[in-house]
Design a binder for this molecule. Structure first.
Ligand code: HEC
Ligand code: HEC
Length: 258
């Protein structure tokens, strides 16, 4: 009895159909990966925070007393009085409450990546964050003999002081750098711009470098990435020394530039 011949043509066709399916699936997967990397809007959004009147009202509604109880988990690093004993850890005392809340929200959403704050913020509820912001915003900045603050650092030399003072007060029109105080006080104020007046110089320098290198990219509309990138290394150092020594507490325009 003649054995029926295997239908090679059919199996070849089936094999190439299977190949086609596999190839199509592979191509789809690769395209999806590229599309995700290039077009996923969440990769380009600096922060999920939007400064609408509702957000501002909500973020300003915290309970400072409850915040004080929660802050026991923060004082090991940020100090009992909101002044850290390490130059690389930011002071939180008297920080603007909208700015403080936004940073916590960005840490939680991994829009700002910085160990150890990401896991800490992930464990906080929305209410915890607004309450903590309300508490820290109310802390006074005067010196307390009990705390081990490293702020303020010694005053910078005259050349460094003047370099920073010009940028803080006037910016540099030719290079398109607006004055720092236009957003960080005391002349104007922009929601989400933290006060720099009592901040540690090591931390300030690290943040200016992070914005310039875009390892910190949570500034809405990129003011800080743009500005930090336009500054020279020398200017970033001078600005960190200026604010870190407490000079920012005097209105920039009243400082004699001699
Ligand atoms: C283990 C130490 C540690 C603990 C605990 C800690 N922090 Fe931090 N925090 C840091 C460090 C370090 C940074 C700076 C991160 C960076 O380099 O960007 C920071 C940054 C921040 C900032 C950003 C400040 C700014 O000027 O942008 C906020 C706000 C903050 N922490 C709030 C808190 C709160 C609220 C808690 C408690 C619930 C807390 N932290 C607990 C170490 C700590
Ligand atoms: C157009 C407004 C604007 C100007 C001008 C500006 N900044 Fe900022 N800056 C911001 C905002 C907004 C943030 C907060 C970004 C975010 O959402 O985390 C910020 C954040 C910072 C931070 C991080 C502070 C922290 O607590 O983490 C530093 C440091 C800083 N600015 C320094 C400067 C210096 C120095 C200048 C002047 C050369 C300057 N900025 C000019 C808007 C501005």
């Amino acid at each position: 009895m003649p054995r029926s011949r295997p239908n090679y043509a059919f199996s070849r066709a089936r094999w190439s159909a299977a190949q086609l399916v596999v190839l199509t699936l592979l191509a789809l997967a690769v395209t999806a990966l590229f599309v995700r990397a290039a077009d996923n809007p969440s990769d380009h959004v600096p922060s999920f925070v939007e400064w609408t009147p509702e957000t501002i009202a909500q973020a300003s509604s915290g309970d400072p007393f409850r915040g004080m109880l929660l802050a026991r988990h923060c004082e090991h690093c940020h100090g009992t009085e909101g002044f850290s004993d390490k130059g690389s850890t930011p002071n939180l005392a008297a920080m603007d409450r909208l700015a403080l809340w936004k940073e916590l929200e960005d840490f939680r959403a991994h829009k700002r990546v910085a160990f150890p704050m990401n896991p800490i913020a992930e464990d906080l509820s929305h209410k915890d964050m607004v309450d903590l912001a309300a508490y820290y915003a109310k802390l006074p900045i005067f010196y307390d003999p009990e705390d081990k603050r490293v702020f303020p650092r010694p005053l910078p030399g005259l050349a460094q002081k003047n370099m920073a003072w010009r940028l803080v007060t006037f910016g540099d029109g030719e290079r398109g750098i607006p004055p720092c105080q236009a957003c960080h006080g005391p002349i104007a104020y922009r929601p989400g711009a933290p006060s720099l007046m009592t901040q540690n110089s090591d931390y300030l320098l690290a943040q200016l470098e992070a914005f310039a290198h875009r390892t910190r990219a949570n500034d809405i509309n990129e003011p800080m990435r743009t500005i930090a990138d336009l500054l020279t290394d020398e200017e970033r150092l001078a600005l960190a020394a200026y604010y870190g020594s407490g000079l920012g507490m005097q209105p920039g325009s009243s400082w004699p530039s001699k």
